[in-house]
Ligand binder design. Structure first.
Ligand code: WT7
Length: 660
């Protein structure tokens, strides 16, 4: 990949400024190394010290790491706490009661502010409301909400009563929602009448109704509906309740449910290499610790900051870096309902100016799209906005190519703000490999060095270390507090996916290829090693999309691969064999559109294949295995120079090439 070779040749280095070092929580390389050393000398003791310093416990823990049932690791297990108490009540006690917790920037540009006291009140009443419906500790609650104060409050309310939430991104289809509700055995869904995005409204409650109508969701007894637009929607008596009605008459305080540190705070479904999404289960204590620690060390959060993470609460970034981390640190943050390109592609920059944002965390795909937009329309170029309040930038979700990094650094950060290129995953709960502002010399395109205490390494297929300068599998050698605990309902799949026997069964396998710079040891992520694609920072399983395609009555067979794309990082390319004759010309175009819409309906618009090509067959070995590497070459438009001697039907390559 061009990105990787350009990163490996990258010679620009940006050391931290004296000012940044001066104010940072971890100040200077020596301080970083001291933390790493402490973790090396007494691993469990290091994390225990931090857990005591940064998390407020109801009952203190006496044990740190418990490896007795590895790889099902436990942390701080005999301690008890409540995550919502740590995010809200703690701030009332700390003198932050009247501080703005959330600035809600609505799609239409209207901004509203909520203080910690007000958020606490809303969450307490919400929690009491859920309890009044019989929902309590250990119940699973699915949240299908737009970006809103109420969405954050719904998550916090679940945490308060010990219910395990599972947020489903509002862009997922009824079918995807149904699968997640059913897998989680959820007792309630919290949703909204509609969501507003880019000046349009889209139904949400109607999608939930459709999902519940598909069957398999009989566990759902309650649907809470937040009135975002006030649209006229049907309500099912007994089951459905409007949020305002649920809140009416509830007490203003709610004693938190004190839970063990290992109590599951949330499930979040993500794509893996097989068809079925996996319910990644996170803990309460260890997860919260890392959310707080990374806010302080990576983002250098300070009381006067205005922090903005542009992710959606439907993704893990929105969990750790909107709902939990910033609130637990008493930060003021923006919750943004809209889209980056509406009313125009200057929306991000205008919003930074409007609210005086100082810390800004977004995704490379957004940066690339906005670079392009500002080239097309100079009016939305960041130079037209005052971005002088910014002091720190972040990037997440996919590798950031050095050109985009430089633009972000110069045009947005005014060559003054360090960029934290944070590598992590749904499963890791928080940052794993990232620069720290007061420590790390930045190299465009590299996520640099492990967070202190994280034992990231690169190994070969037998689990042995590879030397710096050579590529291999990215692993983590020791368990860490915010790691995934299991895959909900499928512990075997957890073991197989993350602790494979081939590597000895004791290394966490991230699923990415990576390499360390021979001199500095900086990490560069080279992309997934499994059948997972990264499209605009969203994780998509190729098998998931294939299953959706073959579920269409017209489709006989389908194979999905990724190809590099300038804007979205990777693009989805599907090779399809129809049950009917292979279409051409306008009929083919029509069929492409029909199948794209089908996938959008089955999974969600983010899973739509960009390219669909039709063939009479797929390239297969004599034993019937689809040769994906050939499909990847075709998708890229590359000449096939690889060995095709094991191919059963070599002529198919030419047909598929021409079908582009
Ligand atoms: C995959 C995880 C972490 C929240 C958003 C995505 C890729 C993530 C980076 C980065 C290079 C990155 C990896 C990873 N990824 N951040 N800074 N540099 N690649 O979470 O959906 O669980 O996806 O995203 O491939 O495995 P996710």
């Amino acid at each position: 990949m061009s990105t990787i070779s350009s990163v490996m040749q990258e010679t620009r280095v940006f050391p931290p400024s004296a000012e940044t070092v001066g104010r940072a929580a971890v100040a200077g390389m020596a301080a970083y190394e001291a933390l790493c050393k402490e973790a090396e000398t007494d691993y469990a003791g290091y994390w225990a010290r931090l857990a005591r310093e940064h998390v407020v416990w109801k009952t203190p823990f006496t044990q740190s790491l418990d490896e007795s049932n590895a790889p099902f690791y436990r942390w701080f297990a005999d301690g008890s706490l409540n995550v919502s108490w740590n995010c809200l009540d703690r701030n009332l006690e700390n003198g932050n009661a009247d501080k703005t917790a959330i600035i809600f920037e609505a799609d239409d540009g209207k901004a509203t502010r909520v203080s910690y006291r007000e958020l606490h009140l809303l969450v307490c009443r919400f929690a009491n409301g859920l309890k009044s419906r019989g929902i309590g500790k250990g119940d699973r609650v699915v949240i299908y909400m737009p970006m809103s104060v109420e969405g954050v409050a719904a998550m916090q309310a679940c945490a308060r009563i010990g219910a395990t939430h599972s947020v489903v991104f509002g862009g997922f289809s009824a079918k995807s929602l149904q699968e997640r509700i059913s897998d989680a055995g959820a007792v309630a869904v919290i949703t909204a009448d509609e969501q507003c995005r880019g000046g349009k409204t889209l139904g949400l409650k109607s999608v939930v109704d459709e999902a519940l109508g598909m069957g398999g969701c009989e566990s759902i007894k309650t649907m809470v509906v937040y009135r975002r637009t006030g649209a006229d929607i049907p309500m099912q008596a007994g089951r459905d309740v409007f949020l305002d009605d649920l809140l009416a008459g509830q007490a203003d305080t709610c004693e938190p449910e004190w839970v063990g540190a290992e109590h599951p705070l949330f499930l979040l479904y993500t794509s893996g290499s097989t068809g079925k999404p996996k319910g990644v289960q996170h803990s309460s204590g260890g997860y919260l610790l890392h959310a707080i620690l990374t806010m302080k060390w990576t983002f250098d959060i300070k009381p006067e900051d205005v922090y903005w993470c542009t992710a959606d609460i439907g993704w893990v970034t929105g969990h750790t870096y909107i709902t939990y981390g910033p609130l637990a640190c008493g930060a003021t943050q923006i919750v943004f309902e809209g889209v980056p390109t509406w009313p125009d592609a200057g929306r991000f920059w205008q919003t930074i100016e409007k609210h005086g944002v100082s810390i800004f965390y977004t995704a490379p795909t957004a940066i690339r799209a906005l670079i392009k937009a500002s080239e097309v329309d100079p009016k939305v170029h960041p130079r037209n906005y005052s971005l002088s309040t910014l002091r720190l930038l972040g990037s997440v979700g996919e590798p950031i190519n050095p050109e985009a990094w430089m633009w972000y650094y110069e045009q947005i950060g005014g060559s003054r703000c360090p960029i934290m290129d944070t590598f992590w995953q749904t499963e890791t709960g928080g940052h794993m490999i990232t620069p720290l502002p007061g420590v790390t010399p930045l190299v465009p395109g590299s996520c640099t060095l492990p967070f202190p205490g994280i034992q990231a390494a690169i190994v070969d297929e037998t689990g042995h270390d590879v030397e710096w300068g050579k590529g291999g599998f990215l692993v983590v050698k020791k368990p860490w507090p915010s790691m995934i605990r299991t895959i909900y309902g499928d512990p075997e799949r957890f073991k197989k996916s993350y602790y494979p026997e081939d590597l000895g069964g004791r290394l966490y396998l991230a699923g990415d290829g990576a390499m360390r710079d021979a001199k500095t040891g900086n990490f560069t992520i080279m992309g997934r090693i499994d059948d997972v694609l990264n499209v605009s920072g969203h994780r998509m399983g190729t098998m998931e999309i294939e299953s959706a395609l073959v579920a269409n009555p017209l489709v006989a067979e389908a194979a999905v691969v990724g190809r590099p794309d300038d804007l979205t990082g990777e693009a989805i390319c599907a090779f399809v064999v129809l049950k009917q004759a292979r279409p051409s010309g306008d009929a083919a175009k029509l069929m492409v559109k029909q199948l794209q819409d089908w996938v959008a309906k089955e999974i969600g618009p983010i899973a739509k294949p960009k390219d669909i090509r039709f063939g009479d067959n797929l390239p297969k070995t004599r034993s019937g295995k689809i040769m994906r590497r050939l499909l990847r070459a075709l998708a890229k438009g590359e000449e096939i120079t690889q060995d095709v001697s094991t191919l059963e039907n070599p002529a198919i390559l030419e047909q598929l090439r021409q079908s582009a």
